[in-house]
Each structure stands twice: as structure tokens, then as C-alpha cells.
Design a protein around this ligand. Structure first.
Ligand SMILES: NC(=O)c1ccc[n+]([C@@H]2O[C@H](COP(=O)([O-])OP(=O)(O)OC[C@H]3O[C@@H](n4cnc5c(N)ncnc54)[C@H](OP(=O)(O)O)[C@@H]3O)[C@@H](O)[C@H]2O)c1
Length: 339
């Protein structure tokens, strides 16, 4: 009895016998996903533009005993996407269990400075490639009878994170695509989810996080107080592809150290102020508070911003003294939104 329930559990938490295509597997998040899917038993095909990096990764995967093959492919090219899917189809006999649309890039600059070429590159790499690869993979995923698509999004597609409006728009579109495809292709036994990370330590993120001051601001804004690691994203992707996740589809799941919970706090402050309340809002991060203050001053809201780390007894006491003196010893509403 114990044995049969054990083997049932093993099947639910395994990718044994499954096949996967992961785009952009030589670096960063994609690399971690390739390894974790293969470690859980999947045969994986990956792609990237740089052939020598693909070869080096392949050597390493062979040494680890992982079953990974590759194609050189720039996913922003329609013709190369078609060739990639032909290779996948012939390798996996016309069936594919898992498609991870991981490739994406970011151009960090203000909206007013984006050129037409940059617009085209970002749309082709992030959105068009994802859309078209899904279309191309559909017959293979349907043939598998247990298809799974993961779309790599970003918290930029969920909240405003001041990185690049166009990058965020592509990721917002990807989240919407996940919802629609989940419904459209449910009849074909294909599940579709999007995964939305906050800053994760990768070569792409390093281009902005190498600025120590910027890194400190990012960490200060993140409830867990640090950026994420690639394995913290690949573990979610792997779980979503397992039979254990068989009832999860159409979701956008954030891997963000708590960042997107800020939405709730911001909304509470704004709404109370909109209805005429004077609001005192505390946080630890001076930079973030300053940004909120400027934004709300523009809207004409009466909000003040003390710095306070609520894990410190002393600072809590100071905060309440401050509140008492500001509101003449009376308080109508107390909202505690820090966990
Ligand atoms: N890192 C973060 O903080 C973060 C946060 C939120 C979301 N994301 C998303 O996560 C995904 C992966 O990001 P990452 O940080 O791991 O990126 P990365 O470090 O730049 O790695 C990207 C991988 O994709 C490949 N690649 C890039 N452009 C390609 C193209 N046009 N065709 C084929 N392969 C291509 C790269 O190899 P080649 O250069 O050889 O092609 C590399 O293997 C992206 O969709 C990104 O938007 C990342």
C-alpha cells in the first residue's frame, strides 16, 4: 500500500519521459530551467544565438548526464522559429509536452527616447516570438495529450516598475496571452501559465544591477530585502510543468520577494486620501517614500511619510508619538499592511 501511494506521488512530482523546448537556455533563468527540467527526467531541446556557448553548455550537460540537445536560433526571426520547431518535431516524433518561452530582452530608457528600430526589436523578441512559437508548437503539444506552456513574463507586466514602458507592455501582453490561450486550448489538454519574476541575478539584470546605488534601491523596495536567484524561478516553472500542477492554468504567478504586495498598500493609501482622509504612511525605504510623496503631492493628496522599520519596538513607539502629535492625539483608521 505504502509502495503504491509512494509511486503515485513519484509520478505526480516527476517529468520522466516528457519532452521540452526551452528558448534561451545558455544563460540566466533559461539555463536554470533547462537543468531543472532535465534533472526531473525531461528530455530538453534548447536554443540561443551564440553557437559556442551552446556547445560549452552541452558539454557540461553531458557530463552531468542530462539529456539536452540544441539548435542555433534567433527567435526574433520568423524563418528561424519555423526551422527550430521542425527540428523539435523531428527530434521528439511530432510530440512536445512542455514549451517554455523564456527568451526576452529589455532596453532601459524613457519612452520618449525609444526609436522605431528599438520598438521593433523588443516587440519581435518578447511578444511576436512567443506568439508565433505557441502557434507552431500547438499541434505538437496537442499530440502529447498533456501539453504545458510557460510564458516568461515579469512583474513589469503586473505593476509599474519604472524600467521601460515598452518592456512592461510586452510582458503585460504575455500575461493576457496566457489567460486567453489557457481557455482556448484547454480542450486540447494544454495548460498555459505565465511566470513573472522581479529582479533575478542574471547577465541581463546585471546590466542595471552593476550600479550599486540602483541595486540598493531595488533591494530596499523588495519586502524580502534582496534580489532573486535563477533557481528560485526554475523551481516554479518545473512545478507548473508537473502532473502535480494539473489544475493550474491561465495564471500569472509572481516570483518577486513580495514586491507586488506593494500594489495593495499603494491602493489603500491612495483611496483613503482620495476620500478626504489625511494619511500618515510609513516604510523603511527613504527613496521609495520620496517617490510616493512627489507622486501624491501632484495629485493633491494629504499624505505624510515617516521612515519607520516596524520590526523595531523603539521605532514603532516613535511612529505612534509622531502620529499622535500630527493628529492631535486622535486616530480614526489604522491599517496594518506589512507582513
Ligand atoms: N533577470 C531578471 O531580472 C528578469 C526579471 C523579470 C523577467 N525576466 C525575463 O526572464 C527571461 C530571461 O531573462 P534572463 O535575465 O535570464 O536573460 P539573459 O541573462 O539575457 O539570458 C537570455 C538567454 O536567452 C538567449 N537569447 C537572448 N535573445 C535571444 C534571441 N533573440 N534568440 C534566441 N535566444 C536568445 C541568450 O543567449 P544568446 O545571447 O546567445 O542568444 C541567453 O541564453 C526574459 O524573458 C526576461 O524578460 C528576467
Amino acid at each position: 500500500m505504502a509502495n503504491s501511494s509512494g509511486s503515485c506521488k513519484n509520478k505526480r512530482w516527476s517529468l520522466n519521459g516528457m519532452t521540452a523546448l526551452v528558448t534561451g537556455g545558455t544563460k540566466g533563468i533559461g539555463h536554470a530551467i533547462v537543468e531543472e527540467l532535465a534533472e526531473f527526467g525531461a528530455r530538453v531541446h534548447t536554443c540561443a544565438r551564440n553557437e559556442s556557448e551552446l556547445e560549452a553548455c552541452k558539454c557540461n550537460w553531458d557530463t552531468k548526464g542530462l539529456q539536452v540537445s540544441y539548435s542555433v536560433c534567433d527567435v526574433s526571426s520568423r524563418a528561424q522559429r519555423e526551422k527550430l520547431m521542425e527540428a523539435v518535431s523531428s527530434e521528439f516524433n511530432g510530440k512536445l509536452d512542455i514549451l517554455v518561452n523564456n527568451v526576452g530582452t529589455c532596453i532601459v530608457k524613457p519612452t520618449t527616447e525609444f526609436t522605431a528600430e528599438e520598438y521593433a526589436v523588443l516587440m519581435a523578441t518578447n511578444l511576436e516570438s512567443t506568439y508565433h512559437l505557441n502557434q507552431l508548437a500547438h499541434p505538437l503539444l496537442k499530440a502529447s495529450g498533456r501539453g504545458n506552456i510557460i510564458l516568461m513574463s515579469s512583474v513589469g507586466g503586473v505593476v509599474s516598475v519604472n524600467v521601460s514602458s515598452l518592456y512592461s507592455a510586452t510582458k503585460g501582453a504575455i500575461n493576457q496571452l496566457a489567460k486567453n490561450l489557457a481557455c482556448e486550448w484547454a480542450k486540447d489538454d494544454i495548460r498555459v501559465n505565465s511566470v513573472a519574476p522581479w529582479f533575478i541575478r542574471t547577465p541581463l539584470a546585471d546590466t542595471v544591477l552593476c550600479d550599486k546605488e540602483y541595486l540598493e534601491k531595488v533591494e530596499g523596495r523588495t519586502p524580502l530585502g534582496r534580489i532573486g536567484e535563477v533557481e528560485e524561478v526554475s523551481s516554479l516553472v518545473t512545478f507548473l510543468c508537473m502532473p502535480a500542477a494539473s489544475y493550474i492554468t491561465g495564471q500569472t504567478i509572481c516570483v518577486d520577494g513580495g514586491l507586488t504586495t506593494e500594489r495593495f498598500r499603494h491602493a489603500v493609501v491612495e483611496e483613503l486620501a482620495q476620500f478626504g482622509a489625511r494619511v500618515h504612511k510609513c516604510a523603511r525605504n527613504e527613496f521609495e517614500l520620496e517617490a510616493c510623496k512627489r507622486n501624491r503631492e501632484m495629485k493633491g493628496f494629504q499624505v505624510s511619510y515617516p521612515i519607520c522599520d516596524v520590526t523595531s519596538r523603539e521605532q514603532r513607539e516613535k511612529l505612534m508619538e509622531n502620529v499622535s502629535s500630527k493628529f492631535n492625539g486622535k486616530l480614526n483608521i489604522l491599517v496594518r499592511s506589512i507582513y
